[in-house]
Design a protein around this ligand. Sequence first.
Ligand code: IPE
Ligand code: IPE
Ligand code: MG
Length: 253
Amino acid sequence: MSCSNPHLVHSKADIPRHVAIVMDGNGRWAKKRFMPRFFGHKAGVDSLVKTVLACADRGIDYLTVYAFSSENWRRPTEEVTGLMGLVLVAVAKYLTKLADKGVRIRIVGDRTQVSDKLRAAWEQAETLTRDNNRITLSVCFNYGGRWDIVQACRQAIADGVLANELDEDKLARYMALAHAPDPDLFIRTGGEVRVSNFLLWQAAYSEFVFTDCLWPDFGDAELDAALAAFARRDRRFGGVKDAATHAESLQSA
Ligand code: IPE
Ligand code: IPE
Ligand code: MG
């Protein structure tokens, strides 16, 4: 089942370099089918694999997805255990395919709280794909934007960076997503209009698209709708649309 109407193709110049997605709505997708939530998470993995390849096809260089938040530990133990197990299944099922398609995989988040098996699967995924350059998929797992800011500060302090030397550029180098530019387009599926502790630092000037589409239903049509919305946005980064014209009008005023 797909959610929304197809949208027009747009020019390469309008394609975001980095897309970030809060993949929300798996549980509700399963509930609608009278199935357990885990069924929705499994379908969510398939949706992720399709989406990363669709992004690569459209010339997007970086896709960053929110797979498990720092706060998702608050879920029932059986759901958390199911999600951890699903990562292992997903790596076994899809890693070779993604590697063959030129996807570079990075795992972003606090690895200290997960099992040795999971850490090993992630290391395998990162090692196997490290020389790929078609698209970089960053999977945020046990990740929170606040965790990231704190861990970056801790690393900077541990490196001996002095308070008066620390600035935005320097701190950014310690952030967990330092391998990627800031996201241009931030998509959240599942109908909630909130950030839920994702990319608090990096999304300072992202364009936001919220869709009611539940993550397992996300496909080409929804992606193209989000890209079309992005192409229509007027990004100013705090400046003015046409800086030269604005300066002239100020002079003549
Ligand atoms: C997102 O889907 C996946 C994870 C948070 C792991 P949800 O599980 O939050 O699904 P809903 O929001 O309850 O439908
Ligand atoms: C955000 O979704 C986290 C992920 C998609 C991994 P949640 O379902 O956990 O967020 P809230 O609880 O609705 O804010
Ligand atoms: Mg949710």
